[in-house]
Design a protein around this ligand. Sequence first.
Ligand SMILES: Cc1cc2nc3c(=O)[nH]c(=O)nc-3n(C[C@H](O)[C@H](O)[C@H](O)COP(=O)(O)OP(=O)(O)OC[C@H]3O[C@@H](n4cnc5c(N)ncnc54)[C@H](O)[C@@H]3O)c2cc1C
Length: 293
Amino acid sequence: MTTEEHVELSRFTTLGTGGPARAFARPESASEVEKLLQWARDGGLSVATVGLGSNLLVADDGVDALVLKLAGELASVASDGEVVRAGGGAANAVVLHHVRNAGLGGFEFACAIPGTIGGGVWMNGGAYGGDFAGVLERALVATADGSGWLTPSELGLSYRHSSLQHGQVVLAAELRLRLRDPAEIRREVRDLNARRKAAQPTNRRTFGSVFKNPDHELTAGRMLEACGLKGHRIGGAQISPKHANFIENADGASTGDAIALMAEARRRAFEQFGVELRHEVEFLGDLELPPVG
Ligand SMILES: Cc1cc2nc3c(=O)[nH]c(=O)nc-3n(C[C@H](O)[C@H](O)[C@H](O)COP(=O)(O)OP(=O)(O)OC[C@H]3O[C@@H](n4cnc5c(N)ncnc54)[C@H](O)[C@@H]3O)c2cc1C
């Protein structure tokens, strides 16, 4: 399987920022992924996988790694009784469509999460009281040494977190759902989408929640709103005027603009509330936030 060089990753992030990957490939099967992982190991190159880039900030000067985007059978979905098997590269929306038609409920929460199954496992994505940990039976994870199934506890799933590391690729996941009338599923998804639309900037380029909710009576969004940050802009990036825990690409933003805005938000939250916000968005490449204390 061949790799491409210097593919611009801004094409693969919902914010639309970020530089090139040193090497890039779209494997379509588990054996192709394993060969690529071995190739990278032999060349001393690290490996990262991108899903739909909906929770990803990629460094403007690019990523010195082999970046994988799963395709083909690694993006397919099938069900057998109440168990659904989906490729790591399958979009949540595609899986939700499949399970609704199969009369399987429990995955409705994912209508709010515009990512893939692999990204959902990595992040333990969740919304409206549901999360991947609640439906995941096991995930097939590849490394350069081979592939194996891991349970949710072996994956270390907790609030927007797993213990997966770059170099581990989620090839597939098995979800255990339950029988539910498709009309009820459709109704619930419609209601959740309407709630989402009312509260968040769904028609802007963002990467979802910027910060995890802190252990505090205020959510990260309410805290940043209280700091007067709604609409605050640096370069082409701005804090959403609708929801302060979102950063929008208002006009030609760079990742550097988003990082500067995050640094400012953390500084202000620390000054006003003594809280050190932790980022939910994943970083790819040489990126870090300055300390606030
Ligand atoms: C408008 C909007 C609303 C959102 N709302 C929510 C929400 O309500 N709840 C929520 O939890 N999230 C939300 N998000 C964030 C995001 O959609 C989720 O975190 C999602 O699970 C990320 O999936 P992805 O495929 O886009 O992953 P990416 O953003 O591409 O990657 C995220 C991380 O997962 C890793 N990764 C991706 N695929 C694989 C794989 N196959 N194997 C190994 N590693 C992999 C990447 O390397 C990276 O570290 C929202 C985002 C947007 C833009």
